[in-house]
Design a binder for this molecule. Sequence first.
Ligand SMILES: [Zn+2]
Length: 330
Amino acid sequence: MRKKSPELQYLETLQTRTELSYQEKQQLESDRKGFSGELTIDRLTREIVPERTLMLDDLNLLADGQRVQLDKLIQIGNKLYLIDMKDYHGQYSFRGRTWYHNGKPLTHSIFSQIERAHDILARIFAEHHLTIAIVKVIVFTDPSAVIEIEDQSGIIVKYLWEYCEWLQKLCPAVQGTSLRQTRIPWQKVLQKYFVAPYRPETDFALDSRQLWQGIICPRCNNFWWQQEHYALQCKTCDYREAKETAYIRTICDYGVLYFRHNLQVSQLMEFFGEGYSKQYLRKRLAKYFVPMDLKSLQYSYQNRGEKFEYWFASEQQHFNHLKRRINWKK
Ligand SMILES: [Zn+2]
């Protein structure tokens, strides 16, 4: 499953708790647009390629001290397609080895990211004596983008609609001839190089803005709840949530904003603010989170810095059960 980037999760969470700066708003909008373009390509790709096609999405690799992020890898036949997605808008052209945006030269090359990704992949494969051709593909997801490429680049460049057609043509050709895909263990080899996605050096701790405290209503973004024994009910929109889920979800929100810090009751209590139970919070931490250092005086728990939907993705069933239960008890 492709996850929202740490930056997108951070900005989305921050937006619900403080006023974003102009720059942050722009960034949030652009990250959202990028993510939605990526999801579209994921969906279309799944619809087009045969079911058992080997694919990996959104990889972060570290090799020889170099970090690289890859949007998508697809094996078709004995080739590996390295897909880079761009949500650029405006007019871009590539001529005389230079990129132009709306007529002005760009200081960076749109090709540099995929070239670098390609080189790192090629190097990893060579080290493991793995032979597989890597084909570089850039897909522009914004339908309004205009891309003109005059020079030879060795990179396949497609608009979204062209991408589908191109992929479709690629697939049946190999389906017939080699239904049993050539077994090249590229996925296994790459696994050794997986790392967590990039995060900035500092988290919200160094930000001077005040955060709105409390548990936020996921439906209407307000903070006013009617608290019952097992459930919370939003005073604004009547949304009901298991108390346990609401607490865990809010701890995750804290984790996203303070991703450089472990989870501690005292800091979390500040994040929750008045009206919430320290005792209850402490028990939920012990039940759901991984303790860090049992010997230290101040208990702390591991912070994965992810939103609830990702952090507890594997426990969805449990939380669905809690959701059903609060309605029986109503
Ligand atoms: Zn609400």
